[in-house]
Design a protein around this ligand. Structure first.
Ligand SMILES: Nc1ncnc2c1ncn2[C@@H]1O[C@H](COP(=O)(O)OP(=O)(O)OP(=O)(O)O)[C@@H](O)[C@H]1O
Ligand SMILES: [Mg+2]
Length: 226
C-alpha cells in the first residue's frame, strides 16, 4: 500500500453569515494515498469547493486537522504554507482566476517566477505546458481574449507549472464542450498515471467521476464513500 499523502481528522467548517452559523463540513475524515485519483461529487452547495480549498490550504477548517505526510499543517505559519502551496500543490479553480492583465504565457510563468526560477527557463517551460494543453497559438493572448475553455486550459497549465505532487481541480472540465473536456480530462489522468501526480477533482459528471480510483460523495456535510 502506498503512503498516505493527505489525511484529515475531524474536520469541520462553518461560515458565519450575519449572526447565524452555517455548518458546511462536519467530521470529515479522509485518507488520500500517494498517486491516488480521487473524485469528489455531491449536489451544488454541499461544500465540495470548500473541502477542496481546505485540502489545498487556501482556507482553514473551523476545527480539526489536516496532515500532509504526517505533518500537521495547522502548526505551520502563513509563510511556510505559501511556499508549500507554490511548490507542492497545483490548483485548478472552478472559476479559473487567471490574472487579467497578464498574457497566457505570463500566467503560466508566474508560479515559477515566485519560486525564483530564472525567467528564460520559466518561459521555455510555460511554452511547453501551453503546448500540452494545445494553446501554443494563444500564448500572447490575455484571458479576456480567450474562450472559457481556453482560459480553463491555461489555468491547468499554470497549475502544473511547478510540477506539483498534488493537483486539486474544481470542476476542471465544467465549462468545456464534451470533446475538449475529454481531452483536458485525459491530460489530467495521464499526469496521474504517468507522472504519479496525486489528483483530487470535483465533478458533476458521473462518467468522469467513475474514471477515478475512488469516489467520495458529500451529503449533508459528511462523506459517503462509493
Ligand atoms: N465565504 C462564505 N461565506 C458564507 N457562506 C459560504 C462561503 N463560501 C461558501 N459558502 C456556503 O457554503 C456552502 C458550500 O459552498 P461550496 O462552494 O463549497 O459548494 P459546492 O459544493 O462547491 O457547490 P457547487 O457545486 O455549486 O460549486 C454553500 O451553501 C455556500 O453558500
Ligand atoms: Mg463548487
Amino acid at each position: 500500500m502506498s503512503e498516505c499523502l493527505i489525511r484529515t481528522r475531524d474536520l469541520n467548517k462553518s461560515f458565519m453569515s450575519g449572526k447565524s452559523e452555517l455548518s458546511v463540513l462536519s467530521e470529515i475524515n479522509l485518507d488520500i494515498q500517494q498517486h491516488e485519483m480521487l473524485a469528489i461529487i455531491g449536489a451544488s452547495g454541499v461544500g465540495k469547493s470548500t473541502l477542496l480549498h481546505i485540502l489545498g490550504v487556501l482556507d482553514h477548517p473551523t476545527s480539526g486537522h489536516i496532515y500532509y505526510k504526517h505533518e500537521d499543517l495547522s502548526r505551520w505559519d502563513a509563510a511556510r504554507l505559501a511556499v508549500f502551496r507554490n511548490k507542492t500543490l497545483g490548483f485548478v479553480f472552478q472559476f479559473h482566476h487567471l490574472l487579467p492583465e497578464f498574457t497566457a504565457l505570463e500566467n503560466v510563468m508566474l508560479p515559477m517566477l515566485i519560486q525564483k526560477t530564472p525567467k528564460p527557463a520559466a518561459q521555455v517551460r510555460a511554452r511547453g505546458l501551453l503546448a500540452e494543453v494545445d494553446l501554443e497559438q494563444r500564448a500572447t493572448h490575455r484571458p479576456g481574449e480567450l474562450s472559457g475553455g481556453e482560459q480553463q486550459r491555461v489555468a491547468i497549465a499554470r497549475a502544473l507549472a511547478n510540477n506539483p505532487q498534488l493537483l486539486l481541480a474544481d470542476e476542471p472540465t465544467g465549462n468545456l464542450d464534451s470533446k475538449t473536456g475529454d481531452e483536458v480530462f485525459g491530460l489530467l489522468q495521464e499526469l496521474n498515471q504517468q507522472k504519479k501526480m496525486t489528483l483530487i477533482y470535483v465533478t458533476h459528471n458521473e462518467t468522469l467521476a467513475h474514471r477515478a480510483d475512488r469516489i467520495i460523495r458529500l451529503v449533508d456535510g459528511k462523506i459517503v464513500e462509493g
